[in-house]
Design a protein around this ligand. Structure first.
Ligand SMILES: [Zn+2]
Length: 202
């Protein structure tokens, strides 16, 4: 997928676990990354993070179009000499490593009373359902690195998908299958999940 601006052609690379798309020129020159955070799109370049706000109407709900539009801005900055190339590692979200207590909120989440209250409720629900978060609460619709305490699986989860719908309990199909974490069938199976998590009752 290549888009041409007046000055240079860029393309989006493969998104990482946080759904950040690297922005590339040619085969290997990385000039930044673009990603969605709640309803906004952000760019990450040698000048740091920059919030572009919500995409134009026709591009909302069409992540590829919104990503292309954000990437075009990065390419324009690069062509103008306002940013410099980076390494792919610089723009790729590292897998978080647990190091002591996890903060309540993700660093990008403002510490408003509402966010604090929501995060406390979510953290309590995660503990009940045996999930270990590796970072603070990023909001319901942003990828959140977690570990399944039933089988050891790790990966990004979205709270909006994890919580039960309409006040019901979450699905016992907790996460995708993964040979890497010894969970070939996707966690430990419905019966065991119900045994191990008291909230499901008997
Ligand atoms: Zn599991």
């Amino acid at each position: 997928m290549t888009t041409t601006t007046t000055t240079l052609a860029f393309r989006l690379g493969t998104p990482d676990w946080e759904r950040r798309y690297p922005v590339l020129i040619g085969e290997t020159t990385v000039i930044g990354a673009v990603f969605r955070w709640h309803r906004d799109w952000l760019t990450l370049t040698s000048e740091g993070e920059h919030n572009l706000g919500r995409p134009e109407k026709g591009r909302r709900g069409v992540p590829q179009a919104a990503a292309q539009a954000a990437a075009a801005q990065v390419a324009t900055e690069y062509a103008a000499g306002r940013i410099t190339a980076m390494s792919l590692t610089d723009v790729t979200a590292a897998v978080p490593v647990l190091d002591g207590d996890v903060p309540l909120l993700h660093p990008r989440m403002p510490e408003t009373p509402r966010n604090v209250e929501t995060a406390q409720q979510v953290m309590t629900a995660l503990a009940v359902h045996r999930w270990k978060p590796y970072t603070g609460f990023p909001g319901s619709d942003n990828p959140w690195w977690q570990e399944c305490e039933l089988c050891g699986w790790q990966g990004p989860r979205y709270w909006s998908h994890q919580r039960g719908r309409n006040g019901e309990l979450p699905s016992t199909h907790r996460h995708p299958a993964s040979a890497q974490f010894g969970a070939p069938a996707g966690c430990v199976g419905d019966t065991k999940v119900r045994e191990l998590i008291a909230a499901y009752g008997q």
